[in-house]
Design a binder for this molecule. Structure first.
Ligand code: SAM
Length: 297
């Protein structure tokens, strides 16, 4: 396990992922009933942008750094507001020194009646996480394999909420594990909101994951295509060499407001975060008419 999120915290992929997470949490808060957040690959919770890791790999500067420095139109400000509230609460002065991980986005946005369950397999990172939330009775931290833990955690007793699965994609079989977890998780909790993060590196495996999951949902589980949403962004040509060029999310059972919010956010975000020729974004439901016809025939 070599992956350390501290080298990537606040990059373009984090901004999109955390904006989506924050929007989903705000949506759940429209009802008083409690909800649960299950974060299977939690990281350390929050990141110091002045740390050695962040200095050696300042990806945040081309990510959240640009977003914070830019004038934001009112509609974009509205969509980003939940995430920006968290970031502002963590940074007292005008410099950006701290950036939230997914656990901190959740911990700062949930209410007293809501609950967070975090899994982090890396021993030291899990200890850091445990220390951060030791006094927070609404947050449970476990050092265990998040994929395996899903079975025991689903469905949550609240019957409302979300699962975020955000693996490091270090091992060759990560897409296979993600697909298995997706299907098992959705079998146990068909009405939960599931957010799957995936990099746009191995596009063949990415397509197999997206289309395989969509086909299974539509043909085996009778899921309406409207319950599937894909939000991807790439900051330069996906064929380009070097660091990660693109990433995004597949969201199952998204809040009904999410697609419209992302239609506002994604073009602006892509324009602000682009790093060269060939940047782009897509927001769609994966399932095309041709696909549906093929599955039916
Ligand atoms: N979700 C975090 C966020 O948005 O701030 C970032 C998570 S980072 C991409 C992936 C994390 O998963 C790493 O901290 C890594 O140590 C951890 N990890 C790797 N394999 C795991 C597994 N099987 N179960 C739980 N955690 C795992």
């Amino acid at each position: 396990m070599n992956y350390r999120h501290a080298f990537h915290a606040g990059n373009f992929a984090d901004v999109l992922k955390h904006a989506v997470l924050a929007l989903c949490l705000e949506h759940f808060k429209r009802k008083d009933k409690p909800f649960a957040v299950i974060d299977t690959h939690a990281g350390i919770g929050a990141y110091d942008l002045t740390s050695d890791a962040a200095r050696r790999s300042p990806e945040w500067q081309a990510g959240i750094g640009r977003v914070m420095a830019k004038d934001r139109p009112a509609d974009v400000e509205r969509v980003l507001a939940p995430l920006l509230r968290v970031i502002c609460a963590m940074n007292a002065g005008k410099d950006l020194n701290a950036y939230p991980g997914s656990p901190e986005v959740s911990a700062r946005l949930i209410r007293p009646q809501d609950r967070i369950h975090l899994c982090e397999l890396h021993e030291a990172d899990s200890k850091t996480l445990d220390k951060r939330y030791a006094l927070n009775a609404r947050v449970k931290v476990e050092q265990r394999d998040g994929y395996r833990a899903l079975k025991a955690m689903l469905p949550p007793r609240e019957k409302r909420g979300l699962v975020l699965i955000d693996p490091p994609f270090e091992s060759r079989d990560e897409f296979v594990r993600l697909a298995e977890a997706a299907m098992k998780g959705l079998e146990r909790w068909p009405t939960g909101t599931f957010i799957f993060w995936r990099p746009m590196k191995d596009l063949w495996s990415l397509d197999r994951f997206d289309e395989g999951l969509a086909e299974w949902l539509v043909t085996e589980r009778d899921v309406e295509p409207a319950a599937i949403l894909r939000a991807d962004m790439w900051v330069r040509d996906l064929e380009s060499e070097g660091k990660l060029a693109g990433a995004g999310l597949v969201i199952i059972n998204p809040p009904h407001t999410l697609e419209a919010d992302l239609l506002v956010l994604m073009p602006w975000l892509c324009d602000v975060l682009k790093q060269g020729e060939g940047a782009g974004w897509r927001l769609d439901g994966i399932v095309t008419e041709e696909m549906a016809a093929g599955w039916a025939g």
